[in-house]
Design a protein around this ligand. Structure first.
Ligand SMILES: [Zn+2]
Length: 235
């Protein structure tokens, strides 16, 4: 079975033609894109699963967040200004002018829809890992302020994540010395048409730096040997 790794939040790229939408200056805008990004998760996916199909969002989540529902009515983070199109920064300050419907549609047509087309094509019938990192302390815009923040959080869905896989993964991660939680502080996994799926959220203090430091290698050793459901063989 094909393995697909979805990497929605690694990019810090802000296309020139959307910069004018923001109320932050150059350096502050770059800082917000970097703070919001799940830095290095793209490289992590490449080195850990070299044969996988990696579907990474091409722009920063502060331009368009492909992990959100496009319809604000269905997206709980929209009430914090962090729906598909962000109006607020990670600390809840206003950072973007109110966009017209046309501008919003253009963003969706340019970045959101093509990404989901690619993801659905790749994920159909495959095994999906939705790969993220997350901050040690909750941002003020986060809805779950009090949930446990383990070193690795597994986001699951009863229809997409076999229970035996969850148990095997928890045992595996613990055996590598990490704390592991289930659906805390973030819950669930996206449904892109995969046969099986799980979200892996790694706390940022254990991601480390890809320049070959101890943290990076330790994390790589844990994830590259992670178990998959017995009935679904990954090449
Ligand atoms: Zn993320």
């Amino acid at each position: 079975m094909v393995l697909v790794v979805h990497v929605p939040h690694a990019s810090t790229h802000i296309p020139e033609d959307v910069i004018a939408q923001f109320q932050l200056s150059g350096r502050a805008l770059e800082d917000e894109a970097r703070t919001s990004a799940d830095l290095h998760t793209d490289l992590l996916a490449q080195v850990i699963w070299p044969t996988a199909t990696i579907v990474a969002a091409p722009v920063s989540r502060i331009v368009v967040d492909v992990e959100r529902y496009a319809d604000d009515e269905h997206e709980v983070m929209a009430q914090r200004g962090r729906g598909m199109v962000y109006s607020h920064s990670h600390d809840g300050t206003r950072m973007r002018c109110g966009l017209s419907d046309d501008e919003r549609h253009r963003l969706k047509d340019t970045w959101y829809n093509p990404h989901w087309d690619r993801l659905r094509r790749a994920a159909a019938g495959a095994m999906l890992i939705d790969l993220h990192s997350y901050p040690v302390d909750p941002w003020s815009v986060e809805l779950n302020q009090d949930g446990e923040r383990p070193e690795i959080d597994l986001g699951t869905d009863p229809a997409l994540t076999p229970a035996s896989w969850i148990m095997a993964l928890q045992d595996h991660i613990q055996a590598h010395g990490y704390t592991v939680g289930l659906n805390t502080p973030y819950a669930g996994v996206i449904d892109a048409g995969a046969a099986a799926a799980i979200m892996i959220e790694i706390r940022r203090d254990i991601v480390g730096d890809p320049s070959g430091c101890e943290k990076w290698l330790r994390l790589g050793a844990c994830l590259s040997s992670m178990p998959f459901p017995a009935e679904q063989i990954i090449p």
